[in-house]
Ligand binder design. Structure first.
Ligand code: 5GP
Ligand code: MG
Ligand code: MG
Length: 192
């Protein structure tokens, strides 16, 4: 899936090794995802989007503009257990939902499905609030990395087991503003 940088002549960030998904591929696929979501819910059903920030922020902003349904939006943060002892591996929700989601159609949005722990945890938490329906949409899916049994209802791109950055995804809080999904050169894969 290695593609050239965006065709509009945008310069590649000097820390980027390869581009996995170009800006144009993102735009095209996210418009398709909007159509897939509309087919499932119909055009009139109200949706409550729950975006897992910060990573899903950019994806959410683009995806929700592909939906013509009435939309409510809430955001949650999950503690980055990755920075702690990985073996504990228990995600925690930081902050609470501000919207009431009982009897609502809830669509959880995340940037990437990796081990599955985050979304497994988040969907269990949300289910306790009694939504009418609960589905998950992720931009990226690293299927090879799964440690818990979890699949998303809507997937933008399946990607190989590589650490990716850009389009909302960070390394040490950098690179979220890149317009494409890419990998880092090895010499930049350590926190400074
Ligand atoms: P999981 O709980 O499925 O293992 O991890 C999901 C979270 O880990 C994502 O929401 C994202 O924040 C982070 N993550 C997993 N893989 C990557 C990656 O390749 N790049 C970045 N930047 N974050 C990742
Ligand atoms: Mg995340
Ligand atoms: Mg992160």
């Amino acid at each position: 899936t290695v593609a050239p940088p965006s065709p509009d002549g945008e310069r590649l960030h000097p820390h980027v090794e390869s581009v996995l998904v170009t800006e144009e591929q993102l735009r095209t696929r996210i418009a398709e995802l909007g159509r897939e979501i509309r087919v499932v819910y119909g055009p009139d059903e109200e949706l409550t989007l729950i975006s897992i920030i910060n990573g899903a922020l950019v994806f959410t902003a683009d995806l929700l503009r592909e939906l013509e349904n009435p939309i409510r939006l809430d955001c949650i943060r999950i503690s980055s257990y990755r920075d702690a002892v990985e073996s504990r591996g228990v995600p925690q929700v930081l902050g609470k939902l501000t919207l009431d989601i009982a009897k609502k159609h809830v669509l959880v949005i995340d940037d990437i499905l990796d081990t599955g722990k985050t979304l497994d945890f988040v969907t269990r938490m949300i289910r306790k609030h009694g939504p009418t329906s609960l589905r998950v949409c992720v931009l990226l899916d690293k299927k090879d990395r799964r440690t818990v049994d979890f699949e998303a209802d809507f997937v933008g791109f399946s990607i190989p087991d590589q650490f990716v950055i850009g389009y909302g995804l960070d390394f040490a809080e950098q690179y979220r503003n890149l317009r494409y999904i890419g990998t880092l050169k090895p010499q930049f894969q350590h926190a400074s």
